[in-house]
Write a protein that binds this ligand. Structure first.
Ligand code: GLU
Length: 381
């Protein structure tokens, strides 16, 4: 059977592929130190589990409105008002099955065939593929480690053409951990407003910000931006016509996001937030630990991890060498050989548009991180 054209160019997700390899090794009885997926090792807090149980027991297992239950959409709008001062109507909020689904729908409802979407690299593995699925053209703009992997206003301006539809921004960044200051976002916003493009702002890591770094939602940094921005979080906030269109799309593709998860999400937003602070404190310790381990390895480096839970480290000095009897030329060889020889799972930088790097998630336990970095250190020696 012939595949559709759109599938021929689609790359499978490298994060899921590496985690799949690690899972296969685990199933074969190997102990794997898995830093591939950014998936927290914490259990879901008790009050959120309880809300899910109650939803199941009380029969909230039927179809919901396509864009999500109204109490959840109201709670999200209220939370954005309280936290960021942004006025959204509950109908501007669309609930999806996670940020990836939200992104897919955002591209589908905004991108026409041939439209260009600017994606600063290093970028999260799914952005470019989702743009292609929508018929768009990903325009990858390289940023530099010495600039903390940030897109500058000059670079943005130089990348805009008459075909540019959107800019994708992810801050705090998956995979680099870098983030933009409110001032830097403001400089990008000036170009966005002047050139009249839209911004799809992936802010899924807004609550994972370390030290003195300050998070600002992109829509807040200049007046008039809200109409040009689709905010992606666990849910989406968008200008009304876009939200309506996303709801229509969702009504045809999944009917609605899982009802039980929506009640759990409502409890998460309205309930006690101390679990967030506890997780942040733990991630912060792990971030400091991973930073010190990378700095201690000769020829390895990373930018300051301001947010999220990923270390994106430069391994260029460790390529073009033999590891045992294996010649390791590329970041992909390096990650696969590390998994094979040391049982440590990471993701190759080339999957994020940055050859010569590797990504390690520090959403894994401290014990796993310790053993994994001992092994990485032994590997490169
Ligand atoms: N955000 C996570 C990651 O990048 C989840 C895996 C994925 O969907 O790519 O590891």
């Amino acid at each position: 059977m012939n595949l559709a054209q759109r599938m021929l160019a689609l790359e499978p997700s490298a994060t899921l592929a590496m985690s799949g390899k690690a899972k296969e090794m685990k199933a074969a009885g190997v102990t794997v130190y898995d830093l591939s997926l950014g998936e927290p090792d914490f259990n879901t807090p008790e009050h959120i589990c309880q809300a899910a149980f109650e939803a199941i027991k009380s029969g909230k297992t039927r179809y919901t409105p396509a864009a999500g239950i109204m109490p959840l959409r109201e709670a999200v709008a209220a939370a954005y008002k309280a936290k960021h001062g942004l006025e959204y109507k509950p109908t501007d909020v669309v609930v999806s099955n996670g940020a990836k689904h939200a992104l897919h729908n955002a591209f589908t409802v905004t991108v026409n065939p041939g439209d260009e979407v600017i994606i600063p690299a290093p970028y999260w593995v799914s952005y470019a593929e989702l743009v292609k699925l929508a018929g768009g053209v990903p325009i990858i703009v390289q940023t530099r480690q010495e600039d903390q992997f940030r897109l500058t206003a000059e670079l943005l301006r130089a990348s805009i053409t008459p075909r540019t539809k959107a800019l994708l921004l992810c801050s705090p960044s998956n995979p680099t951990g870098s983030m933009y200051t409110p001032e830097q976002l403001g400089e990008l916003a000036d170009v966005v407003l002047e050139k009249d493009i839209i911004v799809i702002a992936d802010e899924i890591y807004e609550n994972l910000v370390y030290g003195d770094n300050k998070f600002a939602s992109f829509a807040t940094v200049r007046p008039g931006l809200q109409d040009k921005t689709i905010l992606i979080n666990g849910v989406r906030l968008a200008p009304s016509n876009i939200a309506k269109s996303m709801a229509a799309l969702q009504s045809q593709e999944t009917s609605n996001p899982c009802s039980v998860s929506q009640y759990a999400a409502l409890a998460a937003i309205q309930g006690d937030q101390s679990c967030v602070a506890k997780m942040l404190a733990e991630f912060s310790k792990r971030r400091d630990y991973v930073t010190s381990r990378i700095a201690a390895i000769d020829g390895m480096s990373c930018v300051e991890m301001s947010g999220a839970f990923y270390a994106f480290f430069n391994i260029q000095a460790h390529l073009g060498k033999k590891y045992g009897d294996k010649m390791v030329e590329t970041d992909s060889d390096w990650c696969l050989t590390l998994l094979e020889q040391q049982h440590v799972a990471t993701v190759m930088g080339s999957a994020f548009g940055a050859p010569g790097y590797a990504r390690a998630s520090f959403a894994a336990s401290m014990e796993t991180l310790k053993e994994a970095f001992d092994r990485i250190e032994a590997f490169v020696k």
